[in-house]
Design a protein around this ligand. Sequence first.
Ligand code: AMP
Length: 434
Amino acid sequence: MISKPKGTVDLTDKKARCWKYVEEVIDSVMEKYNYNYIRTPIFEASELFHRGIGDSTDIVTKETYDFKDRGDRSITLRPEGTAGVVRSYIENKMYGKNNLPVKVYYNGTMYRYERPQKGRLRELSQYGVEVLGSTDPMMDAEVISLAYNINKMLGLTDTVVHINSLGDKESRDKYREALKSYFKPHLDDLCDDCKERFDKNPLRIIDCKIDSNKDYFKDAPNILDYLNKESKEHFEKVCEYLDILEVKYVIDPKIVRGLDYYNHTVFELMTEESNLALGGGGRYDNLVSTLDGPETSCVGYAVGLDRLVDLLMEKELTTNVRDYIDAFIMYVNEDEKKNAIYLANELRMSGFVVETEYTKKSLKSQFKRADYFNSKYLILLNSDDLNEGLVTIKNNKTKEEEKIMMEYIIYYFDEHISDDNLPIDYHNHDEEEV
Ligand code: AMP
């Protein structure tokens, strides 16, 4: 037997339906906020990620899936969505139009060669948004509240946004120096990764999983004390707007995010019970120009769909995920089968979820299969009834059954399953015509 590669998952059954439901909610909320769907390639030129995300981040230095294609090009499976969107923005000259900011969202698989464990896959899925072309703190707040509201629409009422500011370059340079002088005496005690971060990206020392519980971390410099006037004002505005939007947030100076390109606002989406972040993002004002596009201020985030769906399943927040079918059509002989084929088609085209029998099983097995699908109704076809234009409909819960005219079956389901209540008598053809 061939097994799936390490760190990948098969999405099936109820979880697959939950996943599709989550995607529907995302699509519909994005529509309200006027974010356009964007799809970029799953593989890109390796250089995009090395230049874009930065050579001092784990996901580029240790975790990318890199390979040479048959034309000897260096290709990387995307480890995140932002770099591709920015590349597309520049390549398609989206900035040339009078449409800034450009607001887009994506949903797709990302690839990171991580050590697989709970909530950490090698093929992971993220949905995310990117807004390109606005410096306004209102945009940071909209993006954060969008992530927050999607969680809320899915029933996750305990989302808390952990938010921080990395300030502009001037503030960050000052902070970086302060961090280096603070950690220098402890350099020998830091983990190997942090020793490397010390020179390359000292901000990342702050959120190190290994070191951050050490005693001397408590008094480490706080970025918020190093923000210059503009950076401070930007951050205060973001918080002010988040208050208007009624987003639950805490200011958390430990959030620095793993990627090199962030400045000003950074945030992570947490839930009270889960210590794994559901998503995160922030402002990145230099990435477009780093990738040879015009100066463009951006803000965005990504949420892990695998973790999101797992959490909904764990918390049983799945009442909107369909776990039934509307009707199962049962038959035995060829004549009944033809009617079943016809009826299934009619009902499906009218919007009902309908299953029937395909393997010549006995009626008893058909009842079992109908139960397996949690069918609301059973439609029993038998030749004698069909000759009179009748079918038997059985409510699979109350077990009540009645014979109705086959030609009225759609009206019957409209009344019993849809919200419309049409006052029609299905039992007698002549009466209906009156
Ligand atoms: P990041 O792009 O690293 O900021 O990740 C954003 C979100 O994607 C995280 O909060 C997770 O929900 C999800 N995520 C990141 N890495 C993984 C992974 N290896 N496996 C599953 N989900 C992940």
